[in-house]
Ligand binder design. Structure first.
Ligand code: FES
Ligand SMILES: [Fe+2]
Length: 342
């Protein structure tokens, strides 16, 4: 079961072109395309005639044409042409989903469309603010999105999964502080007077001792923003002065595809050296390599879980963030099952 009354990032805005784009979200296959005026249409990916995926079809002007017998749907999903019939039957419209474009992503609302206010799209202002640079990509993960939430809310794994880039011993040694309210969980870790790991010393342009922070925030449905960075040791970063440091926001948007697969949109926003486009893509490529290491681990973890039905995941102190986040998700799922008719 998935949280349905919420916006999910389904693609980067640049991915949706004037052509059918298929994606499955919360188990529901959908098809999107961009109209000539730039607006986006989003339909159930299923022709009401013989149920062929409409994403196999093609666009004719603003209309999506089914590949099998040519039923034609306008940008609102209304059937406007059918073969071998006089006129058009009114009960052949295709289901539509609310869709919106914001902060470089395309968002779809899978649940009750009456609840789909654009104001509910998560605040990712770093991704669209001209004072920040944001770049990233998408990975298709063969794992439950909850495993990704666990992973991102427990960065102690960096020491073991990412030892050559961002991992270091101090991460597992530094204490963490977990706080939560009804809808978010925040996990804070500070490491004082440590050697910057390779990624950060390159961006700080210094190998001197630094104070390093990782502040992970989970919010519904499955978004994790991680405020990360380093500053020269003792220059006041823990008290809020980051002027002798570099900051990035690691953006992680998990969109469940099925119970055991996830569209994972990730990227990093930064407000330092913003004019350096080469750095933008070096960071993106570096992040791609780091997250590819997570992909290997999480795919294997999911396989192992599937091979052992009934076997439980166990928690250590380091899992506090994921445990809180899962609790919030479970509570919302319970609320959803009470309010949604079967
Ligand atoms: S299946 Fe789409 S037109 Fe027949
Ligand atoms: Fe990781």
């Amino acid at each position: 079961m998935f949280l349905r009354d919420t916006w999910y990032a389904v693609a980067w805005d640049s991915e949706i072109k004037h052509a059918p784009f298929a994606r499955t979200v919360c188990g529901e296959p959908i098809v999107l395309y961009r109209q000539m005026n730039g607006a986006i249409s989003c339909f159930e990916d299923c022709c009401p005639h013989r149920l062929l995926p409409l994403s196999m079809g093609y666009l004719q002007g603003e209309h999506l044409v089914c590949k099998y017998h040519g039923l034609e749907f306008n940008e609102c999903g209304q059937c406007v042409w059918m073969p071998g019939q006089e006129g058009v039957r009114k009960d052949f419209n295709v289901g539509t989903y609310p869709v919106a474009e914001k902060h470089r992503f395309v968002w779809v609302w899978i649940g009750d469309p009456r609840l789909a206010a654009e104001s509910k799209i998560p605040d990712l202002h770093w991704c669209s603010d001209p004072n920040w640079i944001f770049e990233g990509s998408t990975y298709h993960m063969k794992c439950d999105y909850l495993l990704l939430v666990d992973n991102l809310m427990d960065l102690s794994h960096e020491t073991y999964v990412h030892p050559t880039s961002i991992g270091q011993r101090e991460i597992v040694e530094a204490p963490i502080k977990a706080t939560s309210d009804d809808f978010t969980v925040t996990l804070t870790r500070w490491m004082y007077g440590i050697d910057p790991p390779p990624f950060w010393s390159a961006n700080l342009r210094s190998g001197e001792k630094c104070d390093r922070w990782q502040i992970c925030q989970f919010s519904l449905p499955a978004n994790v923003m991680i405020d990360v960075g380093v500053a020269l040791a003792g220059t006041g970063a823990p008290e809020g002065d980051r002027s002798k440091g570099v900051t990035g926001i690691v953006v992680n948007l998990m969109t469940p595809e099925t119970e055991t697969s996830t569209w994972y949109h990730w990227g990093m926003a930064r407000n330092f050296q913003t004019e350096d486009r080469g750095l933008t893509f070096r960071i993106r490529d570096g992040q791609a390599a780091v997250f590819a290491e997570d992909l290997v681990v999480l795919d294997a973890q999911q396989q192992s879980i599937l091979q052992r039905p009934g076997r439980e995941l166990r928690n250590l102190k380091i899992d506090a963030g994921g445990v809180h986040a899962r609790r919030i998700i479970e509570r919302e799922l319970a609320r959803q099952s009470q309010t949604t008719p079967a």
